[in-house]
Design a binder for this molecule. Structure first.
Ligand code: NAD
Length: 496
């Protein structure tokens, strides 16, 4: 039996007849579990109009009032995280413990947004000139659009929505059409937390929905996360339409292992960061750069750990890695494995033959060694459980390889030498760096973002840069002439 997933507009499901819809799969069984409505012009208009109508009321709600809604949402999200994790697993395929981890990171962002009263304080300069005070205030932008990818259906929307709301904006969220239910669950929780109708709307769909938001005059800003070609398109189209845009793109993350590294720690990290969530993470490690002479020993340790990885339905607590998200994505990832073999990389572990019951989109963990920069398994973001090992003769060669790569999202170095780590963090051209930490996703009170082709725009996501992105500042210069010398009664009660 399959269900219908409707837009959420003006505080309730939007139940008009959709002109188009899409299939949502259960990736572990390969079965269609629901149909999701796809927005056209009318639905885009309805969602933006609802957000616009809600804006004066929400913007006018006191800081205390807005914060209370965020605290209430945080409590509801914590109380119902297991339910949400199950929803994520049923549409994305990641194992439930991983879905729970995604929600934990999302909660950090909600907690950050709960500090809005402190974070929105402006500056004040008394007597900048005689009798003149100057101060700044941060105001919301208006209606903002959030467009998110499939791989973190709860966390990525919650990178933006809490901060946007905390700053007094209203939101139209366009989640991925591959796993849209988490976004609706989040909107329902916000409604239960007391968010007024229309302040958060969920619009489902594909390019038509995205284009509708990018071109709409009442949408003032866009926060986008997805693949690099679409991020570039969203940035260019949104800015051409006069909007503030932050567009986070794809990645090819390298993990350097120096000869003095703890190789067991490095191998554990490579396996968890390479194959967690079946490699469908923008911070997944895709390339391990083994600096001579550690290559053979490191590959042996990684291979041994891979043989113990349990692949299966994400609902089974024994499973450590689930399926890929869709059949089309599965075919794409498998084609990269085929191309890797053809290009001459050595296939150490082949995940193509894996057998799991049902018609799910399964690919086992796969390892290539001796991968060279011209091979497509190196140049392209594969976004699957395919880990490459490249050999480098020295630290300098490893650094040059990373800095020549067009992506610059995350990277890590494994070493026992603090000075080497410090040199690396200084020299590497990547936005987020881990030292003996394979997936250096910043905590909620820093900001998340890559460099180069991994981010278009100049604001990173969430944290301080999130608040900066979702507000515009106004500076007031004010003079209140003191007329008491002229014998003017100022009207203050005499004995107060
Ligand atoms: P995607 O680019 O296919 O889709 C992202 C969003 O754009 C979705 O909402 C989708 O509906 C929409 N979209 C797709 N095609 C479009 C088009 N032609 N025109 C307009 N909109 C379109 O990405 P995905 O497959 O959902 O997610 C995986 C990608 O996201 C990977 O490249 C991954 O690295 C990236 N990602 C990046 C980060 C980051 O922080 N940099 C985080 C998570 C995911």
């Amino acid at each position: 039996m399959s269900d219908r997933i409707s837009h959420w507009i003006d505080g309730k499901p939007f139940t008009g007849t959709p002109a188009r819809s899409g299939d949502v799969f259960d990736p572990a069984t390969g079965q269609v579990r629901a149909q999701v409505d796809f927005a056209g012009d009318a639905e885009v208009e309805a969602a933006v109009a609802a957000a616009k109508a809600a804006l004066p009321g929400w913007r006018g709600t006191s800081l205390a009032g807005r914060t209370r809604v965020l605290f209430a949402f945080r409590e509801l999200l914590s109380a119902r995280k297991h339910e949400l994790a199950k929803i994520i697993t049923s549409e994305h395929g990641k194992v439930e413990s991983d879905a729970a981890g995604e929600i934990a990171r999302a909660i950090e962002n909600v907690e950050y947004a709960c500090g809005a009263a402190q974070l929105l304080k402006g500056g004040f300069s008394e007597n900048a000139s005689t009798g003149v005070d100057v101060y700044s205030i941060a105001q919301p932008l208006g209606v903002v659009g959030v467009i998110s990818p499939f791989n973190f259906p709860a966390m990525v929307p919650l990178w933006f929505v809490p901060n946007a709301l905390a700053c007094g904006n209203t939101v139209v969220l366009k989640p991925s059409e591959k796993d849209p239910s988490a976004a609706v669950f989040i909107a329902e929780l916000f409604a239960e937390a007391g968010l007024p109708a229309g302040a958060l709307n969920v619009l489902h769909g594909d390019k038509a929905a995205v284009d509708g938001l990018l071109e709409h005059a009442d949408v003032k800003a866009i926060s986008f996360v997805g693949s690099t070609p679409i991020a570039r398109y969203v940035y260019e189209t949104g800015t051409r339409h006069g909007k503030r845009v932050q567009a986070l793109g794809g990645a090819k993350n390298h993990m350097v292992v120096l000869p003095d590294a703890d190789l067991d720690l490095a191998a554990d990290a490579a396996v968890s960061a390479g194959f967690g969530s079946a490699g469908e993470r923008c911070m997944a490690v895709s390339v391990v750069v083994a600096v001579d002479p550690v290559g053979d020993e490191l590959v042996a340790k990684i291979t041994e750990r891979m043989s113990r990885l349990r692949v299966g339905d994400g609902r089974d607590p024994e499973s450590e890695m689930g399926p890929l998200v869709t059949k089309a994505h599965h075919e794409r990832v498998v084609s990269y494995v085929d191309a890797g073999v053809e290009s001459g990389a050595s296939l150490v572990v082949d995940g193509r033959g894996i057998e799991v019951a049902g018609d799910g989109f399964w690919l086992g963990p796969t390892l290539f060694d001796h991968v060279r920069p011209e091979m497509s398994i190196y140049t392209d973001e594969i976004f699957g459980p395919v880990l490459s090992v490249a050999r480098a003769a020295s630290y300098d060669d490893a650094l040059a390889l990373i800095n020549a790569n067009p992506y610059g999202n995350g990277t890590a170095i494994f070493t026992g030498d603090g000075a080497a780590a410090r040199k690396f963090q200084n020299e590497v051209e990547v936005g987020m760096v881990g030292v003996n930490v394979p997936i250096p996703v910043p905590v909620g009170y820093y900001s998340f973002g890559g460099w180069k082709d991994s981010l278009f725009g100049d604001s990173h996501a969430y944290g301080p840069e999130g608040f900066h992105f979702f507000t515009r500042t106004k500076v007031v210069t004010s003079r209140w002439p003191d007329r008491s010398h002229a014998g003017v009664n100022l009207g203050f009660p005499r004995n107060s």
